[in-house]
Design a protein around this ligand. Structure first.
Ligand code: EPU
Length: 417
């Protein structure tokens, strides 16, 4: 198994480019299931989750051409097998995103139920409830969701909780339903807006994406289009946090500050100086960071996908921070690893109290999920001595060429087998 070895203590300085967003690329790839025409996607990041989604779509019969590493052409004209097997769904929960488009376009989908995962239970009841309200017949048998519908019918759906992939699944399904669908209490994440923009280019009639009420007027068919996937706001936030923790300086090309307001506000509070324009962000940190308390919540509030990275920042900040996680019930797995590096963190329920110390101590630690891995990389970068991170396959699911980018910023980091 591969590991990362980091020799910490050097400030990160330099310029890098931000990759396409994992959580926008995955639904966009699934949108190809809504048409028999070719969907051309640009700015697709080279990540393990993307490779898994491509394998899943290919085994269903989708033809996929990769022109260069970041461009793909997908055609579902000859789809034969509307099945997402357990082996694939268990490695990547976003596989549930094939459910809505398959059902709407092909009338049938057989998708393995995702189990629990490292960060929480993560049920998919809202996806199922929404599709049933649109007339789908759904049976759950032997761990699989069997869904059928001759033609979905638009309706009003009020979601019990705000769900990102739930909103995406129902929005995709509603594009080919008859009549009007109104999704209330919809998620407002920028990735939903990006997917809606792709679907609109494919001929969908969607209004309100980015607000909590999305209306979709169903059409008979969608067509092909070209879509450029948005930049990854969580990769952007991760690099900004790493540079703030290490008291360095960074210029991020292709990054969008307007999608990261809550994170940027917290970095400013920690003492960073930040400038930005439409497609770049520049951050300078010339003093030790101050502690910042935060509470995760759906967009536009502070993202759960940045909570672990801020746990590390607070571990080396001046003062005490209170971090409350409200989205996932088990997203503090990185705490025990950070404690191995001498971090002073106590957890009470969904709240962590972090007393900052001047320096973390390098140690052997284990990654437990994607964003926890990122927090450990930042910890290694600001720790004294050597840190070895095990199980870094989690990191490869969501950060494109992370070591290369960090080496470019002056980090001492290497992958070993
Ligand atoms: N939930 C339900 N029922 C549902 C759906 C969700 O109870 O039917 C609960 C979940 O258990 C959770 C909360 O609702 O407690 C929010 O979950 P959500 O459905 O929004 O999460 P998701 O769509 O499965 C996406 C991202 C995650 C990100 C969350 C929250 C993708 C592919 N994944 O997951 O990204 O943390 O939204 O913003 O878009 C990551 O990239 O590391 C990652 C985990």
């Amino acid at each position: 198994m591969q590991k990362l070895v980091i020799h910490g203590g050097k400030p990160l300085c330099g310029e890098i480019s931000i990759s396409g967003a994992k959580n926008a690329a995955l639904p966009a790839l699934c949108a190809s299931l809504l048409t028999n025409d070719t969907l051309r996607l640009k700015n697709i990041p080279d990540l393990k989750d993307v490779t898994t989604m491509v394998s899943l779509l290919k085994q269903m019969g989708v033809t996929i051409l990769t022109n260069d590493t970041s461009e793909m052409e997908l055609s579902a004209a000859h789809l034969t097998n509307p099945i997402a097997p357990y082996e694939m769904v268990k490695t990547m929960r976003a596989a549930i995103l094939v459910l809505g488009p398959l059902l709407a376009h092909k009338g049938e989908a057989i998708i393995s139920l995702p189990g629990g995962c490292a960060i929480g239970l993560r049920p998919v009841d809202q996806h199922i409830k929404g599709l049933q309200a649109m007339g789908a017949e759904i049976i759950i048998e032997h761990g699989y969701i069997h869904a059928k519908a001759k033609k979905l019918v638009g309706t009003r759906i009020v979601m019990d909780i705000v769900t990102v992939t739930g909103t995406e699944n129902l929005m995709m399904a509603a594009c080919l339903a008859s009549g009007l669908t109104r999704l209330e209490n919809a998620a407002r994440e920028p990735e939903i807006v990006d997917l809606a923009q792709c679907l609109i280019k494919m001929g969908a009639k969607i209004e309100g994406a980015g607000t909590d009420v999305i209306t979709i007027q169903g059409v008979d068919a969608l067509h092909g289009c070209m879509h450029d996937v948005m930049p990854d706001r969580i990769e952007t936030g991760t690099f900004l946090t790493a540079v703030t923790a290490s008291s360095g300086q960074i210029h991020l090309k292709g990054a969008r500050a307007d999608m990261l307001d809550a994170v940027i506000d917290k970095l400013l509070e920690a003492g960073a100086i930040i400038n930005s324009e439409e497609n770049w962000i520049h951050l300078t940190m010339n003093k030790p960071p101050k502690s910042v308390s935060l509470r995760t919540a759906p967009y536009p509030a502070f993202p759960t996908d940045m909570q672990a990275q801020f746990m590390t920042l607070n571990s080396v900040a001046n003062g005490t921070a209170i971090i409350t996680e409200t989205i996932f019930e088990n997203r503090f797995m990185h705490v025990q690893e950070l404690r191995r590096m001498n971090a002073e963190i106590t957890v009470e329920g969904n709240t962590a109290i972090v007393h900052g110390i001047p320096k973390l101590d390098g140690a052997n630690v284990m990654a437990t999920d994607l964003r926890a891995s990122a927090s450990l990389v930042i910890a290694g970068l600001v720790a004294q001595g050597e840190t070895v991170i095990d199980r870094i396959y989690h990191l490869d699911r969501g950060y494109e060429r992370i070591e290369q980018k960090l080496v470019h910023l002056g980090a001492k980091i290497a992958r070993i087998n």
